[in-house]
Write a protein that binds this ligand. Structure first.
Ligand SMILES: NC(=O)c1ccc[n+]([C@@H]2O[C@H](COP(=O)([O-])OP(=O)(O)OC[C@H]3O[C@@H](n4cnc5c(N)ncnc54)[C@H](O)[C@@H]3O)[C@@H](O)[C@H]2O)c1
Length: 253
């Protein structure tokens, strides 16, 4: 699958860009002309992503923990210096799961997931959107947050994960309302099961809990999410504001 977008001259920042959906997003954005700042907790995997991109020399890999405000601000500053521009395309993709039944969930495990998935989305969005506004580059700016279908359906043994994703959806709509008049559009995706390291469960678990509930009978590929993220970043989606779009293969309809 491919669709042409024109991102030439634009700087993109992608969190969680070292793996899975984030890596595929980086590949699509670079294919369509953006200079990409690939940010990840795991800088080695971010470097591997850069190597996989069209024109690797146009992009950078950065170590960034999205839950740490200072690291987010440092990463943005380095992006601006090295890519010679402010990111006007942002994809918040960094995310973790830490399964535990609700009655056994510790406060620490609960907060780990909230801090990365929800607080991280807040910290990076605020830093990047403020930079766009300060430099008068908000017009044409776009943010895509990667939520999850579980933000709508819930997910047994992953209460804090599902809550973080429901939070990302509400946060997306709030930012979208506050920023629409500035020219920055904010939208989010709700993927279903996508074949990435995050979903690395034994095949019998995938068969029982994923494929039986999926009309297509398969997991999605990271590229199938990435193409929709690129669409939401592009001018083709100029009337999409605060949308939460399912990319699920019909999972849990
Ligand atoms: N795979 C799925 O089935 C699925 C479904 C719905 C939503 N999602 C969401 O998509 C996003 C990407 O997931 P994926 O499946 O590609 O997972 P993945 O594990 O392949 O990639 C996640 C990346 O985020 C990085 N990361 C983790 N903590 C971080 C932090 N604190 N700061 C910066 N980077 C950090 C990891 O190092 C990794 O490179 C996540 O937000 C996830 O919740 C995934």
């Amino acid at each position: 699958m491919s669709s042409e977008n024109n991102f030439s001259g634009k700087v993109a920042l992608v969190t969680g860009g070292g793996s899975g959906i984030g890596r595929a997003v980086c590949q699509v954005l670079a294919r369509d002309g953006a200079r990409v700042s690939v940010c990840d907790l795991n800088v080695k995997s971010a470097e591997e992503t850069v190597e996989s991109l069209k024109n690797p020399g146009d992009h950078i890999a950065l170590c960034m923990d999205v839950s740490q405000k200072e690291q987010v601000h440092d990463g943005l500053r380095i992006t601006q210096e090295k890519l010679k521009g402010t990111p006007t395309l942002l994809v918040n993709c960094a995310g973790i799961v830490r399964p535990a039944p609700f009655l056994e969930m510790t406060e620490e495990r609960f907060m780990q997931v909230i801090n990365v998935n929800l607080k991280g989305t807040f910290l990076v969005s605020q830093a990047v959107c403020k930079a766009m506004l300060e430099r008068n580059e908000a017009k044409g700016g776009a943010v895509v947050n990667i939520a999850s279908i579980t933000g709508r359906t819930g997910l047994a043994n992953n209460g804090q994960y599902a809550a973080s994703k429901g939070g990302v959806m509400a946060f997306t709509k709030t930012c979208a309302k506050e920023l629409a008049q500035t020219g920055i559009r904010v939208n989010c995706l709700m993927p279903g099961p996508i074949r990435t390291p995050l979903l690395a469960f034994p095949q019998e678990i995938i068969d029982e809990f994923v494929l039986k509930r999926n009309p297509l009978g398969r997991c999605g590929e990271p590229e199938e999410v990435a193409e929709m993220a690129a669409f939401l970043l592009s001018e083709k989606s100029s009337y999409f504001v605060g949308s939460c779009i399912e990319v699920t293969g019909g999972h849990d309809m």
